[in-house]
Design a protein around this ligand. Sequence first.
Ligand code: NCD
Ligand code: ZN
Length: 357
Amino acid sequence: MPALLPPSRRLVIRAPDDWHVHLRDGDMLRSVVGYTARQFRRAIVMPNLTPPVTTTAAAEGYRTRILNALDPGGTFEPLMTCYLTDDADPDEINRGFETGVFAACKLYPAHATTNADHGVTDVRRIYPVLERMQRLGMPLLLHGEVTDPAIDIFDREAVFIETIFSRIIADFPALRAVFEHITTADAVAFVESGGPNLAATITPHHLRLNRNAMFAGGLRPHAYCLPVAKRERHRLALRRAATSGSPKFFLGTDSAPHLIGQKESACGCAGIFNAPFAIESYAATFEEDGALDRLEGFASEHGPRFYGLPLNTTSIILERDPLVVPERLAGTSEGDLVPFHADETLPWRFLGPVSAG
Ligand code: NCD
Ligand code: ZN
């Protein structure tokens, strides 16, 4: 249980992990990775680079670049994922998992989101891979949206459940599956109705924004991500799930940085950069819902238990001390980044790890 010291000014919890993050590559990687490594002990790193990370060798190279971008002597551990394509090779994935390079595989339906052009066009094409993953106990992480442009964008998650996800679960009942960045009451109900091998990540922003946030007084590109935020009743369902204490729901920020010029554009990129103040955002949400005592389970325990990894043994401290989130942070030579909660005040401040001893 987290220790809440009187007069409730400090919150000490087991060190959290981020089970879904985009760290990018090159200059952007160097700018953003420190934010994730500062707050999280481990992170599941998304493979949607250009070109995508589809082989063990590519994942090892990417892991090395991530570690080289960090200050030496840290404890951050990137957990690598394999991007599934139509011709994904079960043997390569098997090798990557057994040698500890791949922690999971990521399924992007083709064209569903940023750098998903090489994604899967029909899940039946990867059935041999899913069969192997089920046998290995290797988690499948799903971007759960259909891509048919005829389906309304606000319905794409619910239609994915009906037409694709429920079939995968029926055909591979023992597959370990994580429904990533869920946005609907339908997804909450679907995950709750499944076995212990079905779980979901929930982002900080989907707990705070409904779809009106994208249109509040004008077009708000920094509130745009995929899957898009939905109606208020869906946001409330996500908050109930996250704060319920259920081991099926855990932290995954989906922090997805894009330079300001790519966001504030005639065709702005999807993605919210929330890594810098992620744990503060979740803490604000849990406190508002009277569930601060459940933050530790969501942030630090349900994820590792699902992945079959040890719980972190170190702790972090949050202090009740209002924090003003900067309007902008340094990105690359091409531009800055706008963080989630820019210019807002958050009630809790991340202080750092509890010092050793
Ligand atoms: C992500 C990105 O930019 O890589 N964008 C996003 O809106 N979440 C891709 C993704 O996870 O869909
Ligand atoms: Zn993502």
